[in-house]
Design a protein around this ligand. Sequence first.
Ligand code: FAD
Ligand code: NAI
Length: 486
Amino acid sequence: MSETFDVAVIGAGPGGYVAAIRCAQLGLNTVCIDEWKNPKGKASLGGTCLNVGCIPSKALLESSENYFQIKHKVSAHGIATENVSVDVPVMIARKDKIVTTFTAGIASLFKKNKIKSIHGRGTLLKQESSANAWQIKIDDNGSTEIIQAKHVIVATGSVPRSLPFTSIDNNLILDNAGALALTEVPKRLGVIGAGVIGLEMGSVWCRLGAEVTILEAMPGFLMAADEQIAKEAKSIFTKELGLQINTGVNIKSIKVSNNNVIVNYSDSNNQEQILEVDKLIIAIGRIPNTTGLGVGENGLLLDERGFIVVDQYCRTNLTNVYAVGDVVRGPMLAHKASEEGVVVAEMIAHIAKSQAGENEVVDFNTVPWVIYTAPEIAWVGKNEQELRAAGIAYKTGQFPFIANGRARAMGETSGFVKILADEKTDRVLGVHMIGPHVSELISEAVMAMKFSASSQDIACIVHAHPSLSEVFHEAALGVDKRALHI
Ligand code: FAD
Ligand code: NAI
């Protein structure tokens, strides 16, 4: 008889491992199944986020920004530097160490919370009606194990979307994993897709000295962001960093010749162009990962784009089967995945204890977005074009970092904060930031929106001086046209 658990989580990314921890904290006997192997062939928990996503990319962004600052910016502070160089293998090794520390940390958390961790690919079989439990087959290197669980949380994440006419070799043509593992700075780097990965990884290698050209299919730049923020960002990225960004392109072919990658594309004027580079990153979005999950056999419902169909509580069409994170609708963000994991764990605990009560749902309107470029970009809630399209009357308050003492002292004066508030009620509808450390500043905006604050509520809060948070405060004052320092 196979072992039976209260909950089986398939996938140990930020959706799955957080769900498993919360289930265990709530007293549920929990197993987490994950198939990830690191380049050394060892099991490595944490999914995309820890292994080839959020954490390693931020490590390289930090290292490359330090180099860029020393090379181009510290002289303004009177600091002279000579012969500054970068040792890419050391930089990559530092990033790898951060990754292994964190992935091992998840294993420790599993141990501490008495979560059984099984390495291998989990396939959801069928419900064992006698035990009212689901069967899951786990395959690992030729060995097979079957376990049973009353509840299943699918958290199998996403994988890079590929272009039909090329394949990733992670030598010349790279996905996110390859882009995080280069051992030297390419002289010429091409990036297909000016989305979040394209901009973050393009920034890393551009700061380290690569000549970076980004080819984007959409006619505009960063169309998910507020238009004004996108305009400012494009101007800074091209003028200050030196990214070459071409929008409105149509990629025709990608070929490898003499160790170079040759991209044929038509530009926004329909002119045929050729881009020849040493390395090419393809970052054109990610697709939900349901490979090997047994979707066909168990009748799990997918939408037309391959996402597992769930309701607001992350329930699938199968009884006691839930799905969270990148494999379901909504933003593909680690914090969204984790929050869904917590919500589902708490719901299962309620069901297990036969407790009634209102279940929480994740409020997508207050999920923050951050792009870790320099300057950083962050937003929460609606942007101006969305409010206009919805016919919602709003007022704006805006304040630039250049008028802030702390930003001046830091020498980081680009960008601004913009608050959008309802014309009648003054309730904050969206906050948009571009500037230094806005990845941290956005949390105050998220909290304000979560508590349904008005711009005047924020205006009434005392902010430390001198601090970057004063820019947010002044933007709130600006909604009522009473900003003080402008
Ligand atoms: P994943 O993290 O993808 O984890 C899924 C896990 O399930 C994997 O370990 C996979 O091996 C395993 N799995 C899949 N199928 C099976 C199976 N059948 N059996 C067993 N195991 C299986 N988000 C942010 O919020 N902030 C960032 O700064 C950020 N930076 C990013 C940078 C990059 C380069 C990339 C690629 C992504 C980044 N993201 C970021 C997005 C973030 O990584 C994802 O949103 C997040 O990892 C999704 O979590 P998840 O748990 O749904 O899936
Ligand atoms: P993305 O969706 O952010 O950007 C992909 C870009 O590629 C889009 O601008 C799209 O128009 C463009 N594109 C698509 N097909 C194309 C084609 N054929 N030719 C040229 N351009 C094309 O996807 P990306 O950058 O791959 O990242 C995937 C996801 O990972 C993000 O959407 C985000 O959810 C997550 N992520 C989050 C980060 C963060 O929170 N800081 C960092 C990195 C990734």
